[in-house]
Design a binder for this molecule. Structure first.
Ligand code: ZN
Ligand code: ZN
Length: 104
């Protein structure tokens, strides 16, 4: 009835690993977009890469954004806030005579 159904069957499109040319690709390098298999992939927290060089290039590029200083800044703000609260508490305690060794 539908003779075209047969033509729809495509040969499985498998891309071979660009590094070893032996296995089917599992990942695509996030830097140069080369197909790599699980064995050849260089994996870091940012993803999979075809080589250590690509991983480093990608990480260096991403590293430009540097999210760390922001975190540190936040910590120091919290620290200052805590110190201020402590100072206020000390002054209050002193005024109310709760700390005899300070109220002298
Ligand atoms: Zn491979
Ligand atoms: Zn690559």
């Amino acid at each position: 009835m539908t003779p075209r159904a047969d033509r729809k069957k495509q040969p499985e499109r498998t891309t071979e690993c660009a590094v070893c040319h032996d296995q089917v690709m599992e990942f695509r390098c996030k830097q140069c977009h080369k197909p790599v298999c699980d064995d050849c992939a260089f994996k870091i927290e940012h993803g999979a890469f075809c080589s250590r060089e690509c991983a480093h290039t990608y990480r260096d590029f991403k590293g430009d954004q540097k999210p760390e200083p922001r975190k540190r800044r936040r910590t120091s703000i919290v620290l200052v806030a805590v110190l201020l609260v402590l100072a206020a508490l000390a002054i209050l305690a002193r005024r109310m005579g709760l700390v005899p060794w300070l109220a002298r």
